[in-house]
Each structure stands twice: as structure tokens, then as C-alpha cells.
Design a protein around this ligand. Sequence first.
Ligand code: ADP
Length: 369
Amino acid sequence: SSSQGGAMASGSSSKGGSKDGVNVQVVLRCRPRNGIEGRSPEVVSCYESRREVVLHQNVAGKQQSRTFMFDKVFGPGANQTSLYDQAIVPIVAEALQGFNCTIFAYGQTGTGKTYTMEGANCGASEGDLPNDAGVIPRAVKQIFDHLERSQIDSSVRVSFLEVYNEELTDLLDVDDGMQQAARSKLKIMEDKTGVVVQGLEDCIVNDAAEIYQVLERGSAKRVKAETLLNKQSSRSHSIFTITIHIKETTSEGEDVVKIGKLNLVDLAGSECISRSGAKDGRAREAGSINQSLLTLGRVINTLVEHSGHIPYRDSKLTRLLRDSLGGRTKTCIIATISPTAMCHEETLSTLDYAHRAKNIRNRPEINQK
Ligand code: ADP
């Protein structure tokens, strides 16, 4: 078997479930420069085969650089297909085996989180996906292609949740215009199977086209809610979850159900942390304190430094995704950056953050009933 993605996880079992666990996988993606960046010089070099990113800085006329290593590196020339095939296919394959898997997109606003997770130019398409399709539509296709090909007795459900200002919105709740009611109905509970959100719509879907319809409905609702509340998507987190129930008969003739789960998370812009963290009173206007993003950072630090109590309960996002950080889930973080000097400070902060997260260890297990 290949050791891809496991390079940082020495001693880990490729099947997961080993005693020591497996490291969170961290993938770095640098997007191409865009129009707004004009002639801002490039300060990032990506070395995909060495899995290295170098950030250059000119300090008092002297060139300084810092090198960061990740599990995988995708430079500005990497397209959606190569990112998906190299970094995501194995994770979705694990979800199809009954593992809990989470993919986070983390980075400054405008660096390509949504492009990476959802993609561009893809409506409810059938058949072949457009080249710009992101992780979510490709994962949907991989899942249904697999289930259809293997003729497994299975069912697939999806849910779509948004966390904004520590409030939850069910993006699939059809009760339009009733934002307030839809929100207050949701409750995070913990039982022995893990975290469940009570009241959250969990739609059964029969094929990929149905998921695309559901996704479109959810995204439209998100846009509408944003306009109503005058908020920016850069401050909210969205969690799209696909749950796959797979019925199998063991060689002893016993029926078992394996439950695979794939959480696809588009986080708020990472600049929201620096804004929330600022001592400056102006930064503390309503809505600017991103409790969930701040707590996510603290949870990561505590896990990596083994420094005691892990503050999962301090935010909605970390309560919901507790199992993805130091738990039984296979987790991948896609950190996104811009190549130019304009974003230098945020890029350094993202590289640091993502690099630290590489040291989190999870102990994935198959969910079986
Ligand atoms: P974010 O979600 O991080 O705020 P977006 O995904 O909205 O950022 O990306 C900002 C813009 O840059 C969009 O117009 C998007 O299409 C474009 N873009 C981002 N990443 C890439 C990429 N790797 N290749 C081509 N265009 C990209």
C-alpha cells in the first residue's frame, strides 16, 4: 500500500484505529494571483514534490524566508481535479468504509475556501462535472458512483448547517422567512454515538442530482439570510454533512450496518480571529467576535501542546466538530493562501496555524451497529 498522506504520521496504521492514532492531514493550497492584487509582488513559492511552501519577506532590504512543510502542497497551477484526486479521494473512500471524516477549509477571505469546497460554475449538473467543480460535488459523485457500482444496500442523508455569531441556522429547513424560529429549534446534544443536532433537517437523497438540488436550496437560503441580517459570509461557518448507511453481511452471515460520515466545513475567514482577538474596542462591535474561530484555535493549541483542559464547550463550532479534533474522526485541513505581498501577514498566520494543526492526533474507528 502507498504511504501517501501518512508521511507525517510515523507509526500510524493506514487502516486507522491504531493505538497511537493518525495525524490530522494538512493540505496547503495557494491560489493564482487575481486582478485586485495588481502588481503586488509574489512572496510565496510552492514546491509540490518537496511538499514545501516558502514565504519570502524583505526586511530592511534583506531577503528573509521561512519554509513550511505540509502533507501536500498545491501551487497556483494546480487545478480542482488534481487537488481532489490526490488529497480527497482517499478520505471519501474512508467515509465509504464507515469512518467519520471531516474536511475543513481554513484561510483568509478571498483565498479560495469556497472555490475549493464548492467550486465555480456548477449548478445542478448531471453527468460529467465541470472542471471548476470543488470538493463537495466531486465527493457526492464519488460516493454515488461507488454505491451504484458496488450495488451495496445503502442509504444517504445530508444536512446543512450554518454557525453565525454563535447561532445555528438549518440551511435545509424549508420554513423560509422564519429564520428566528428555525434557529432556536436547533440544539446540540451529546449521546453515545457522538454529537447530534436536535431538530436539524436530515434529508434522504437518492442520487447525486438530488444532493445538488438540496445544496442549491441551502446556499440560496444562506444568501437570503445574509441579506436580511446584513452579515457577510466571511464571518459564518457552514457544515455540509453526508451520512452513509451501508448494510453488510459478514462472512458469518451476520447483518451489520456501517455508518460513514463526511463533514465538509467552510470556515469563516481567518482574518476574523485577528479581528476578534484585538484588544482595540472598535474590533468588538456586534458580530465581530468570532467565538467559534477563536475557540477552534485554542482547541488546536491545547491539543498540540497537551496543555490540559480542551475548551471544546466554549463555542458552537468546536462542540459540533469535537470529534474531528483529537477524536475518532479522520480529519483533513485545506489551508488556503494568496501568493502576493498584499496578504503577507495573513499568509504567515495561516501557514503557522495550519502547520501547528498537523500535530493533532486522532484515533479513527469504524462506526458499526
Ligand atoms: P474565500 O471563500 O476564501 O473567501 P473564494 O473561494 O470566494 O474565497 O475565492 C475568491 C476568488 O478567487 C473567487 O473569484 C474564486 O473563483 C477565485 N479563486 C480562488 N481560488 C482559486 C483557484 N485555485 N484557481 C482559480 N481561481 C480561484
